[in-house]
Unconditional design. Sequence first.
Length: 361
Amino acid sequence: MYPSKNLPGLRGLLHRLLAIRFPLFCALFLAGLIPAAASPRPPAGGLSADSRSIKTLIELINRSEHDSVLALSRDLIGEDPASPLGYFMAADAYQTMMRDFRIKAWQSEFDSMIAIASVKATALLESEPTVENHFIAGVVQGYYCLALFGSGSYLRAIKTAENSISLLRKARQLDPGFADPLFGIAVYEYNKSKLLFGLLGGEEKAAVAKLRKVEKEGRYLSTNASYSLQATYLENGQYDSALVINDHLYKHYAASPSCLYHRALLLEKTGRLEEALQIWEQLIATLQRRQPVSNGFLAESHYHLAWLNRQLKRDENARKLLIQSARFAARRRADEELEGSYIKFKEIKGKINSALAEWQQ
């Protein structure tokens, strides 16, 4: 009855290869701008030297304060339109909202902002080929490949993803002590190791080691690495290890739908059913505070609530929640909503229908 892992087709394989699936990539970009921000006279296209704290900007994404990020990005674009920073921050906020809430509502805004950021990051790198600017361009290209993939430009997207990794590797080569570029490299290599039985290359153990290094030594990306390791452990059935990481994330980022979703799944997997029930309820409340809402996500969440109540012998509650789940599933808009990370909506709907037939007996 637990969600099962997808067996993706060609489109799914491409998406998994191209998509850096873990949130908070604004931090990855901002980290490379620290030297510019600290300089009394930042280079052209860099972050203006003002009172803004880089760590505060990173935390806005970590805490899911997307509206604050969008407001700040508008200010940065107005102050320095030649810099990719404001455009990328906006793109990251839009993409994170879509991924976390499973809604396509901001796709055009994301596509526009990341395309502009790509042009400006490339120009910045050409004029100043520093470690930081290789890093910046690599991260922006990594996100730009998502927009290309979404538009159906698969070959161009693959080329862009490969260019992104090349730039991150160059940044690492120029400064071996800079651990943060390993993050994007690790996620890319891990996903490659999982595709077509590893025929595309990539080593899972090496990728996990890189993530652990970033978690321990990263200047700004330790949280990103924690999210990635959590997802890796969950995917590989190492639920206790994943939950240890989630315990820390939940203390700081309980407003994040991604954090809550993973926590609810992990508590179920480890048999902590009462706690899991509370987290699913917390997730549902979080999802309903952001409009538009994903009916598919609500259907999945209510199905888990129903299943938990069923296991806890609260049959009447279970039936009511299952009916709610079915109603949300019927209202799902396939052209406006995104699939989840671990189970497709078609499978969730099948579980709901099976439970409706079984539980009414």
